[in-house]
Design a protein around this ligand. Sequence first.
Ligand code: XLS
Ligand code: NI
Ligand code: NI
Length: 437
Amino acid sequence: MEFFKEISKIKYEGPNSTNPLAFRHYNPDELVMGKPMKEHLRFSMSYWHTLTGMGADPFGEGTAVRPWDSVEDKIEKAKIRVKVAFEFMEKLGIEYFCFHDRDVAPEGKDLAETNKILDEVVDEIEKEMKRTGIKLLWGTTNAFSNARFVHGAATSCNADVFAYAAAQIKKAIEITKRLNGEGYVFWGGREGYETLLNTNLGFELDNLARLLQLAVNYAEEIGFTGQFYIEPKPKEPTKHQYDFDTATVLGFLRKYNLHDKFKMNIEANHATLAGHTFQHELAMCRENGVLGSVDANQGDLLLGWDTDQFPTNIYDATLAMYEILLAGGFTTGGLNFDSKVRRASFEPVDLFYAYIAGMDTFAKGLKVAAKLIEDRVFENIKEERYASYKEGIGAKIVAGEVTLADLEKHALTYGIREQKSGRQEMLENILNRYIFG
Ligand code: XLS
Ligand code: NI
Ligand code: NI
C-alpha cells in the first residue's frame, strides 16, 4: 500500500529548479572534499515529530491530516505508521531515523505488556530496515510524557519512578542494539526542577549520574557498542533542566567520571534557549572532543521557546557544517531533523516540503563551509590574530616558562606595543560572499 501516492521520489534538479518537490542543493552522491554529500550529512528522520506529531498546542487540539491514522486499534495504527515512515524516508532518500520507545508503540496495561507491544512493532521496523537498507541513527527513551514522570525520571523524588525509568532505558537500549543503532540519546525530559524550595539539587544530580552509570554498565554487559549521547537543553518543560548546555554537561560528566562514555547531541533550538548560538555549542563540543550528533532545527527568536522548526537559516546551517567539518565530520552521528511542521501546515505534503527545505539548507551550508575551510578563510585570519603568542613573551607564556614577575618586567619595559582591529564587519561580508557569490 502506498500512502503518499501523488509524490514520487524526490530528485536533485539543481539550483535553478523551481519545483518545490525537488532538491536544488542536496545531490546525495556529489563529492564535497572528496566525500559524497550524503555521507557528510547523514540525514535522519525523527519518528516522533514526523509520525506522531499532530500539531496540538496548549491552546488547541491537533490539526494534522493523516489519512493512515484512521484505524482505531492502537497497535495496528503503530504498525501502519512504520510503513508510512519508511515510504516517506525512501521517497526523500533519507538513510537514517531516530525514535523514542513510545513514539513507535503505545503503552499497554503494565510494563510487561508495553514491552511485548514494543517488540511486536520493532519486528515490523526490522523488516522495513531490511527491505530498504535504512538504518537507525539512535534510539532513546521517552521518560517524560507519562504522568508517572511528574517529578522527573532519574531525578524523581520517588525511587519507584527511578526504577521504572531504568527499566525503560534497559529495554530501549536492547531494541537499539537489536536494530544496530549507531547511538543512544539521553535527553532528560523532566530531569530538572520547578522550585528549589522542595528540591535536593545535589542528591538529584547524584541520582542522574547513578542512572547513567547503570546504563553504561548494561551496555557493556550486553555488548551494545553504539555511542551514548547527552542532549543539552536549558529549560522546558522544567524551569531549570540539569543538562543546561554543553559546558554544564561537561562539568557534570567530569565530576562523576563519566566523560569517556558520552558525547553530545546538539540541538540548534536548545542552544538558542541557553542563550548561545548553534555554532557556539558545536564549537564547544569540537574543542572538547565530544561532538557526537546534531538535532537539526531552529527556533523563532520572537517566540523564545522550543518551537523545533525546520532549519532554513542558511547562516546557521553554514556555520554548523563549518564546525562539523573542522571536527572531522560525523562518525556515529548525523543530522536528525528534530523538527516539526507548523500547526497550520497540516497536509501530508507539508512534511515533504519541510524536509526538502531542511535538507537543501544543510546541503548548501555544507558546500559553503567546505569552500571556507579549503580556502582557510577564517583559519588564516585567526592565525594572524594570535601571532603574538608565536614568539617572544607570547611563546614563553604558552610554554609555561614565565612567572608573574617576568610578566611584570615585560609590562614595565614594553607596555602595550600594538593593537589590531577585530575586523568583524569585513569578516561577515566575506561570509556573505561565500554564501551568495
Ligand atoms: C526535546 C528533545 C527531544 C530529544 C529526544 O526538546 O529535543 O526531542 O531530541 O528525546
Ligand atoms: Ni532533540
Ligand atoms: Ni527541542
